[in-house]
Design a protein. Structure first.
Length: 231
């Protein structure tokens, strides 16, 4: 299984706070409108079959369902999935949540989705290239695949770990491991090797003065990556 017990426990233990807008998942709530708008700038979601790999408590899944997508969310953190299901009931949104790995799901649902998203997840698994390959298998020819993760360099270590976890306390200490960060060139290579065509890289920047997130051209730290499966 392409997951580590310590990572699953970490997110499972915090699952009950997933929808606490002032808790440790606040950054996910803050960036969610940005990432949803970015996805919509490339692909229409209304009426489309959309897969959210590593959906956690369902923040992105619910926002995509709210704009008319037929959303399936998969994860290996069982407690987070239960929270996601309960919150969807409260929100009145329809999301199909499943406890399954991307690789296993790809063997069952090859080419069944118009859009596949895997956001803030690759840097938490032992073999991210395997997840990229699974995403490529799951999307239909011509469909879109969207990733987000963190670059691996000194600046990313200073900002994503020292800054975000220790100085600004945007995230709990130990949220990220520098060794698991991924350079854009590595992610693009895995995508190409899986049959995906790179389309766009965008940086996710944090404003220290207004403490808000925005898209930019600098991919030194957090970044988004859009690609398509060849038609």
């Amino acid at each position: 299984m392409n997951a580590e017990a310590a990572e699953l426990k970490k997110f499972g233990d915090a699952a009950h706070r997933w929808w606490d807008l002032s808790g440790e998942f606040k950054p996910l709530h803050d960036i969610n409108p940005v990432r949803l708008d970015w996805i919509l700038s490339h692909a229409s979601l209304a009426g489309r079959r959309v897969l959210d790999i590593g959906c956690g408590g369902g923040i992105l899944s619910e926002s995509m369902a709210a704009v008319g997508a037929q959303v399936t969310g998969i994860d290996l953190a069982e407690k987070a999935l239960k929270v996601a299901g309960l919150h969807a009931l409260e929100s009145g949104l329809s999301v199909d949540y499943r406890l399954i790995s991307a690789e296993q799901f790809a063997s069952e649902q090859k080419g069944q989705f118009d859009v596949v998203c895997c956001m803030e997840m690759l840097e938490h698994v032992p073999n991210p290239a395997s997840v990229v390959q699974a995403a490529a298998m799951l999307v239909r020819p011509g469909g879109w695949v969207f990733f987000s993760t963190i670059n691996r360099n000194v600046k990313a270590f200073a900002m994503a770990i020292l800054g975000a976890e220790y100085l600004l306390r945007l995230l709990p200490k130990g949220t990220h491991s520098y060794a698991k960060f991924i350079r854009p060139s590595e992610l693009a290579s895995w995508a190409r090797n899986s049959g995906l065509e790179p389309v766009e890289f965008k940086g996710l920047e944090f404003g220290l003065l207004d403490r808000t997130f925005r898209l930019g051209t600098n991919v030194d730290v957090n970044y988004f990556f859009a690609c398509r499966r060849a038609a």
